[in-house]
Design a protein around this ligand. Structure first.
Ligand code: PEP
Ligand code: MG
Length: 568
């Protein structure tokens, strides 16, 4: 029995067999010794993967040259040339014929040798080329049949599994919704990363920053997650199992479906509740928890973890299914990729700071057809009923105008249109805060994306778990920004919600109400706790608390104030 510590994402206790997931395709490659008789077949597989990778690189080059410029796209030409280089290919062939290992294993070890030689070179240029070799080898692995789902161990578990991932990224969760899951553990990934948010939407005990776990478990290892104590126990003994009572884990579908479309403070002020969702299963969870409206439907979930872009028809089908899964309104957030959400079939130009680069609606300028197809699919799916569309990462009013113009152009291409179309704007970039009044006048509704907003206000990468102190919503600067948004948007009288993760934290949700917010879009699994937290005090008391917090000059002072018994 071994106990590891980590950071809790979702509380609760769960028991299951490990199902391993590695983001790094090379680390996940199946390694196998082969017999002399198999060498010819393995070399043939290797050759076929090389040829397919060359074709794939030629296509990528052509696409990138059209979208960028031939100069910027030339990196893919260089990759093709590396694949022609005997000093890159021959060691792989030798690995098979003489080392008697399969093609995947031979690629991984040849790459490791190559890296060793490159690292010895004094020239920085060559060190940077290591990443290129890694990219080429990853493409080859895909052509050897290692699809994304194959990164998971092939345990085919029927009983609920504990997913153990190296890094908490969004792609970990693609295609997971239909699998029985007892819990989630990641070696790394911050509490406000997209992966962490998706983990929380599943409602099972989840922890991140459990360092070194992948080196200590194999497929099927029994794991007890005690996320109430922040502990992960490998191979728990019977006494530990009895004392930690794994039966207490949160099970989806057990909550009573009482209507929670709005919840009340002690004096009866109604706070509207809608749910955040990424999949149809999430929409069902919201309904199970009595929440009708989906305040944030992250449509990128339909684009991630696939080999190619979903077609128009596939999108229409997916959006219709989402609408059919709820009686309430659905706010479809337009494709929001970039930063930590990358799509394998789009060759983004390499950026030094992806979070400050092509992200959210900025991507639409680069891929106008991609977004035009999404608009048409949404408008078609929404035919004859009200449709709500929300634009991510808006930094300026000009940008919001451009998004609206794109939607108007898509509308023109249709014969029939939704009965009512509302276009909302996310407030998640500091520049949008300064012009929030103007945005509120132009938008039908606003929603505050605090996950990104906090990262930009505090200058602290949301993926970096070491910066947790700066991600705290009680940071004095963050509280003031949240107050300014609520005050700045008020004159326009438009619907204003908070859809970032902080709205799902019961004590922080109270603070948001104190700052003037009356609509929260939350993780539906938190509905009970939010309802209880808001019912504890009157709006007047909560506003007093918010005023006190706004006077706090340091994070510790704010945290202390929030923890006072009368406040908690
Ligand atoms: C946010 O940034 O707060 C948000 C809701 O969007 P995402 O987490 O998907 O970036
Ligand atoms: Mg965001």
């Amino acid at each position: 029995m071994k106990v590891l510590k980590g950071t809790v994402l979702t509380e609760g206790v769960a028991l299951g067999g490990a199902c391993l997931y590695r983001e790094d395709i090379l680390a996940a490659a199946p390694k196998r010794d082969i017999s002399k008789d198999e060498t010819a077949a393995e070399r043939k597989r290797l050759q076929a993967a090389i040829e397919a990778t060359k074709r794939d690189l030629a296509e990528t080059f052509a696409k990138a040259a059209r979208a960028l410029s031939p100069t910027e796209a030339s990196i893919f030409k260089v990759h093709s040339m590396i694949l022609e280089d005997p000093s890159f290919i021959e060691p792989m062939e030798r690995g098979i014929s003489e080392g008697l290992v399969n093609a995947e294993s031979s690629i991984v070890s040849s790459l490791a040798d190559y890296e060793k030689q490159f690292r010895k070179l004094p020239n920085e240029y060559f060190k940077e080329r290591i990443q290129d070799l890694h990219d080429i080898a990853s493409r080859m692995m895909r052509h050897l049949g290692l699809t994304h789902a194959g990164f998971r161990c092939r345990c085919q578990r029927r009983d609920p599994a504990v997913l153990v991932a190296d890094l908490l990224t969004a792609s970990v969760f693609s295609g997971l919704s239909d699998k029985p899951l007892a819990g989630i553990i990641a070696e790394a990934g911050s509490k406000i990363s997209h992966g962490a948010i998706l983990a929380k939407t599943l409602g099972v005990p989840a922890m991140t920053e459990v360092r070194g776990i992948l080196g200590q478990v194999g497929c099927g290892t029994r794991i007890l997650i005690d996320a109430s104590k922040g502990e992960v126990i490998l191979d728990p003994d019977p006494e530990t199992l009895a004392s930690r009572a794994p039966g207490r884990r949160l099970a989806a579908g057990t909550a009573k479906a009482r209507d929670r479309s709005s919840i009340a403070t002690k004096d009866g002020t109604r706070i509207r509740l809608s749910a955040n969702a990424g999949t149809i299963a999430d929409v069902a969870h919201a309904r199970e928890r009595g929440i009708k409206d989906i305040g944030l439907l992250r449509t990128e979930a339909f684009f991630l973890g696939r080999a190619q872009e979903p077609s128009f028809d596939e999108q229409v089908d997916a959006y219709r299914k989402v609408m059919a899964a709820t009686d309430g309104a659905v706010t479809f957030r337009l494709l929001d990729i970039g930063g930590d959400k990358l799509i394998s079939y789009l060759q983004f130009p390499k950026e030094e700071n992806p979070n400050l680069g092509l992200k959210g609606m900025r991507v639409y300028e680069e891929y106008p057809e991609l977004i035009a197809t999404q608009f048409r699919a949404l408008l078609t799916a929404g035919l004859g009923r009200p449709l709500r569309i929300m634009v991510p990462m808006v930094s300026t009013l000009d940008e919001f105008h451009r998004a609206k113009a794109r939607i108007a152009a898509a509308l023109k291409r249709l014969d029939r249109v939704p009965s009512c179309l509302s276009v909302g704007c996310m407030v998640e970039v500091p520049s949008a805060v300064y012009v929030v009044g103007d945005l509120a006048e132009e938008a039908d509704f606003l929603s505050v994306g605090t996950n990104d907003l906090i990262q930009y206000v505090m200058g602290a990468d949301r993926m970096n778990a070491k910066l947790a102190e700066f991600h705290d919503p009680l940071q004095p600067a963050v509280l003031k920004v949240l107050r300014d948004i609520s005050a700045g948007a008020a004159p326009a009288g438009k619907e204003l919600s908070v859809c970032g993760e902080i709205a799902s934290d019961p004590s922080v949700a109270r603070v948001l109400v104190g700052l003037g917010y009356r609509h929260l879009s939350v993780n539906p699994h938190q509905a009970d706790k939010l309802e209880a937290a808001l019912a504890e005090s009157t709006v007047g008391e909560i506003e007093d608390l918010a005023r006190g917090l706004l006077r706090s000059k340091t994070l510790s002072a704010a945290r202390k104030l929030l923890a006072e018994p009368a406040r908690a």
